[in-house]
Design a protein around this ligand. Structure first.
Ligand code: AMP
Length: 606
């Protein structure tokens, strides 16, 4: 099914993109036909389709589902039952998504062929970038890429994040080294299991090869900023290594050390002086352009929750374009940005019609599902036959309407059928016949710093756990809200709490120790990915509670109403983004407390 072409031939690549988008309808029909023909006898599809592989019964009878609905099937595979439960092709590994279920990462099935689909997708990014930026073959890319912990499930299948799986795959390691995918980081540094050594070595290699670097980046903006913070902490040591031509002794991972030592083999005091001069300057404004002067752009995803990092990135970048090339998920890779140099706020992704079969649930502008399809999970007992039928009424890829909002549903080659990814997208235009989407937000997510995705329920649960500590002291938590503070690196969660004393209106006397414990309890109650980011990746800083004066949430309500909220329907927003609203809260803060403990985290077990 994947079209064959020479990935080094960009003209062929661009032509392929034109063909795929021109024939979007036909390609989508072929994709669905192929998936259904292959998988109609799996236990899952058989239960709905009894062997029929046509589109009509598929849309009428196969329900649109959430992860919770398919989780039992995936867990059975993880526990050793055969792949045919959901997929005719063998499931070769499970991809741990940053979405969580019951506190643990969601597991997405993957197959050997899926790796080729991803490689096909990555290959198509190259001609697009070359169309807009000249001379990328004259140097290297400094991409800071990392792997994360993996586990073996009881079936023997590996469970790990999608990028870890890709970087460890032969498709990545044996990639044909053409002029466009030469990186400053040796694979051994990318694949180093110790993330601190990996970061240090990749920055060292990037600095040593500074004259050759034409583009820099990481997958997400948060990871790139983490690298800048690391550089702030380690530039003196990095310079000393460059000066002596010797890698620090604490770099002990053998293959990484060996590969990096080959790159940092000659003492270079001129380079060390230069970097010391730039890094030693009082302001780091424009530091990227100063350290890597030939860089043409920064490749990091800055759409969705990553948009909060744009101002900080702009400070460090020295005016370089911020390029979000792709939109992808553990379920499947999704879309490409065909205008990579567009402003972050204008970025749209064109879904590649051969990646999966796509459907769309219309949602209202304020991102609620249209009423008739709200009840759409198979596990929802209250669904009537009628609503079950109505939930089938999704829109096909080529039928989405300009300016409308939709929730994305995918049917993949790897065993997910009519699966709700959870992303809300808006149609911004069409490339040939393929729609282009702006990523609007992830359903339910209120707080996100790195790859964590905390929803209202998680937040409420964490707040509830923590406030129990204060109850015996006679305190009542009357209101709370939150925001993701990314003004420093790493960013952290801030909770605003309005407390009052039970039975009187005295100002509560805050016990530092107890309040710090509340912060820790909240962190311990947040999900797996939050705790991994805090403990292992160190990409989120300690959670903070800011206690505000009585009456603060009334002031917040007055503000929201003045901005157009209805008084009758007003609900305290559980996450605040407006700077003015944050100012109202901050002006009334009477105590600030931070978590003093790293929350408990260990790789999940099955
Ligand atoms: P994961 O399940 O951990 O692979 O995360 C995939 C999710 O990350 C997607 O469903 C989106 O919510 C988000 N994501 C991925 N790529 C982008 C992007 N380019 N812009 C905004 N959000 C993205």
């Amino acid at each position: 099914m994947l079209p064959l072409y020479d990935p080094n031939d960009w003209e062929a690549g661009m032509k392929l993109l034109e063909d795929l988008t021109t024939n979007a309808y036909k390609v989508q029909q072929q994709v669905l036909e192929e998936i259904l023909t292959q998988n109609v006898h799996t236990e899952y599809l058989r239960s709905f389709l009894s062997g029929h592989s046509d589109k009509k019964p598929f849309k009428e009878r196969v329900p649109v589902v959430y992860y919770e609905d398919v989780k039992p099937y995936i867990e059975r595979i993880a526990n050793g039952e055969p792949s045919e439960i959901i997929s005719a092709q063998p499931i070769t590994e499970l991809l741990t998504s940053s979405g969580t279920s019951g506190g643990q990462p969601k597991l997405m099935p993957s197959t050997a062929e899926d790796l080729d689909r991803k490689t096909f997708f990555y290959n198509l990014l190259v001609p697009v970038m070359n169309k807009y930026v000249d001379g990328l073959d004259q140097g290297k890319g400094m991409y800071l890429l990392f792997i994360k912990p993996e586990i073996i499930t009881p079936s023997g299948l590996m469970a790990r994040p999608v990028l870890t799986s890709y970087y460890k795959s032969k498709n990545f390691r044996n990639r044909p080294l053409n002029r466009f995918n030469i990186y400053t980081s040796p694979d051994e540094a990318i694949l180093c299991p110790d993330s601190k050594q990996s970061m240090y070595c990749q920055l060292l290699c990037g600095l040593v090869q500074r004259d050759q670097v034409l583009r820099v980046g990481a997958v997400f903006a948060s990871a790139f900023l983490r690298a800048i913070k690391f550089l702030e902490d380690y530039w003196r040591e990095l310079c000393s290594n460059i000066r002596t031509g010797r890698v620090s002794d604490w770099i002990t991972e053998p293959s990484c050390k060996k590969a990096v030592s080959l790159i940092v083999s000659k003492p270079n005091s001129d380079l060390a002086d230069l970097i010391e001069y730039e890094c030693g300057s009082k302001s780091w404004e424009g530091i990227i352009k100063k350290l890597w002067p030939r860089t043409k752009y920064i490749e990091v995803i800055v759409t969705g929750s990553m948009a909060q990092y744009i101002p900080t990135l702009e400070f460090y970048s020295g005016g370089l374009p911020l390029v979000s090339t792709m939109y992808a998920s553990s379920e499947c890779y999704l879309g490409i940005n065909l205008k990579p140099l567009s402003k972050p706020s204008d970025v749209s992704y064109t879904l590649l019609p051969n990646m999966a079969y796509f459907e769309f649930i219309p949602v209202e502008k304020n991102h609620e599902e249209s009423e008739e399809i709200q009840c759409s999970s198979v596990s929802d007992e209250n669904c009537t036959q009628e609503t079950r039928k109505a939930r089938m009424e999704t829109v096909d890829l080529v039928d989405v309407k300009l300016g409308h909002y939709y929730e994305l549903v995918v049917t993949t080659f790897t065993g997910l059928y009519r699966y709700r990814v959870g992303d809300i997208l808006m149609v911004t235009g069409f490339h040939n016949n393929a729609p282009q989407f702006r990523f609007v937000h992830r359903r339910n997510v209120v707080l996100s710093i790195d790859t964590d995705k905390t929803n209202e329920e998680d937040l409420l649960n964490a707040v509830t756990q923590a406030q129990r500590l204060l109850e015996p002291l006679g305190f009542l938590l009357t209101e709370y809200t939150s925001y993701a503070d990314t003004s420093s690196i790493p960013g952290h969660y801030v909770l605003y709490w309005e407390l009052k004393m039970k039975g009187n209106n005295d100002l509560p006397e805050l016990d530092q120790n107890k309040m710090e414990q509340c912060c820790s309890i909240m962190e311990d109650s947040l999900d797996f990915v939050y705790r991994r980011c805090r403990k292992k990746d160190k990409s989120i800083g300690p959670l903070e509670i800011r206690v505000v004066m009585p009456g603060t949430f009334d002031a917040l309500m007055d503000f929201c109403v003045s901005q157009g909220s209805s008084v009758n329907q007003y609900k305290t927003p559980r996450c605040i983004k407006s700077e003015e609203a944050i100012k109202i809260l901050d002006e009334r803060v009477i105590g600030r407390f931070f978590s003093k403990k790293i929350p408990f985290w260990e790789p999940f077990r099955m």
